[in-house]
Ligand binder design. Structure first.
Ligand code: FAD
Length: 518
């Protein structure tokens, strides 16, 4: 084992996971984070005096339980205010639809839809389990020179085979399909179709009628591989996940330097030699493991001159334009949503009344405009976690889809009217909400890019579609975490298995680094 330094760029959850595993393997690890706090896009911050919120990611549905266990995150402070949240689909004309995993709890759906949904959910979870099982594996190579290199492909093949003939056929039939077509053939209820469609497109630049949205739905469900029924709400916000990871990394021996933006990855004699910080400080390292997105890492910090032209072109052409914004409201009291009994207000509220609504919301984004009527995933974390707001007051946190990063005319002009539109939409579903409003914060993808250094403000650092997944993620030639320059590795959401607070990219990358340079 080498005593030379390993630098990890970024203290988002994946960078911290990589640092913790590398340090536990006995390596000397230094994490360099540009921000003055850890967490990346998994962070809790104050957005109005005495109101705190999960600034970007707010629910964990994919966090790998083996990472929680192996890094002992519970001992380092990780706790959940609620697990297995239900989904409550707001109904503009009456009673909301309540879903709990594969079960319809209540709502205006036919008996036929109840039966179909149970069957649909069970089957889709079985199919998603195949993806979930790949999270902890380094993606297979398409060619191999040693039989051991064939094992990952064999494992994937075996997982698919184990589905059995009927499920495998269904997997192949639907995996590239638009979610719109799948819900049309499966259900009658517009609310049910809307809920599935929104889950399929959240965080993507895809509409319900876009190809690949069944694949992104399967990614969202892939926590089924860990036996998850629904998402969880970390106590103290999602920042408690990354705070506990930072504690685990430090206890394992890693150092974390904040306010230390890396300006360049240094290359000497064809291999990585270290990094240069903004301000000029040079830090020598034998390996650099970057959780910054692939375009930032490979084109800006490393530089295309160190890459073959074709590879650099692939990175340049990665699709990575975010369309999900985040809205935070400080409220004087608990809002009341029409058709939602008080007992469901702490669940995940979805504003997606039909698959057509979700698809039409996307139409605007295709032409760089914000949705006239956006689709929303809403949480009111203070129902379960009073630490986030003053007594009796509440925080509403919503993912707002679609708000394109490259909005026509720029965000200075678009921000005010869009915020007004979203507030009017919320008021229509929660009459009286505006009268409770104390403060509002809208983080557009352009804000997310600037504040959190994610290229395009994209949820996955790069769109998660089949042509940018598994052994193609982020691009061929870097899909097994090692970049084409010796000593440089990727470990963020732009690598397999993609975005969401999972941690698997960080852990897999740490394994590859250790194997390359034991
Ligand atoms: C609006 C929105 C809502 C979301 N909601 C959810 C959700 O509810 N649940 C969920 O699971 N996922 C959600 N996500 C996705 C999730 O937030 C991300 O996929 C995940 O946080 C990415 O983690 P990461 O560690 O790979 O990268 P990041 O969290 O982006 O961390 C990368 C780190 O690198 C640092 N960095 C970058 N460049 C440099 C540099 N040059 N020098 C030093 N440091 C640098 C950054 O400051 C950052 O701290 C959401 C995303 C968005 C955009």
């Amino acid at each position: 084992m080498t005593d030379a330094l390993t630098v990890v760029i970024g203290a988002g959850h994946n960078g911290l996971v990589a640092a913790a595993y590398l340090a536990r393997a006995g390596r000397r690890v230094l994490v360099l984070e540009a921000a003055d706090h850890v967490g990346g896009a998994a962070v809790t911050r104050e957005f109005a005096p005495r109101f705190r919120v999960s600034s970007v990611a707010h629910l964990t549905h994919l966090l790998d339980p083996s990472i929680i266990r192996e890094l002992d995150l519970t001992r380092h402070g990780l706790a959940f205010a609620r697990e297995e949240l239900k989904s409550v689909v707001l109904n503009p004309t009456g009673e909301a639809l309540v879903l709990d995993g594969a079960e319809i709890v209540s709502g205006p759906v036919s008996a036929a839809d109840r039966a179909s949904y149970a069957e649909f959910s069970a089957r889709l979870r079985r199919l998603a389990t195949v993806l979930g099982r790949q999270h902890g594996r380094v993606p297979p190579r398409l060619g191999w020179s040693h039989w051991r290199e064939a094992l990952p492909a064999a494992a994937l093949g075996l997982d698919l085979r184990r589905l059995g003939r009927d499920d495998l056929r269904e997997f192949l039939r639907i995996v590239t399909m638009p979610v719109y077509d799948l819900v049309e053939e499966s259900f009658e209820s517009p609310l049910l179709k809307g809920a599935v469609a929104l889950d399929a497109v959240l965080g993507t630049r895809l509409g319900a009628r876009s190809g690949n949205t069944v694949f992104s739905y399967l990614h969202r469900l892939s926590g089924a591989a860990y036996g998850r029924r629904g998402p969880a709400l970390p106590r103290g916000g999602v920042g408690s996940v990354t705070d506990s990871l930072a504690a685990a990394a430090r206890i394992a021996g890693a150092s974390i330097r904040l306010s230390s933006p890396v300006e360049a990855i240094l290359v000497e004699q064809g291999r990585v030699a270290g990094v240069r910080l903004a301000g000029g400080e040079r830090i020598e390292a034998r390996a650099v493991v970057s959780s910054a997105d692939p375009k930032t890492t490979l084109l800006r910090l490393l530089g295309a001159r160190h890459l073959e032209a074709e590879f650099a072109q692939r990175v340049h052409h990665l699709r990575a334009t975010g369309t999900a914004a985040k809205l935070h409201l400080a409220l004087a009291g608990l809002p009341r949503f029409t058709g939602v009994p008080a007992e469901w207000l702490g669940e995940r509220l979805l504003l997606a009344p039909s698959a057509t609504y979700v698809d039409q919301a996307f139409d605007h984004a295709k032409y760089r405009r914000c949705s006239d009527a956006p689709a929303l995933e809403i949480t009111i974390p203070t129902v379960h976690d009073a630490t986030l707001a003053p007594d009796g007051q509440h925080v509403l946190s919503a993912i707002v889809q679609y708000a394109p990063h490259d909005v026509d005319g720029g965000w200075d002009a678009a921000r005010g009217p869009f915020l007004e539109r979203v507030l009017a939409l919320l008021e229509a579903h929660a009459p009286g909400l505006r009268a409770q409003l104390l403060a509002a914060q809208l983080l557009t993808p352009a804000d997310l890019e600037r504040e959190f250094r994610m290229h395009g403000g994209h949820w996955h650092h790069a769109e998660l579609t089949i042509d940018q997944a598994l052994m193609l993620r982020p691009v061929p030639g870097a899909a097994q975490y090692a970049a084409p320059v010796a000593g440089l590795y990727l470990c963020g959401a732009g690598s397999h298995p993609g975005g969401g607070v999972i941690g698997a990219a960080g852990r897999n990358a740490a394994r590859v680094v250790a194997e390359d340079d034991p």
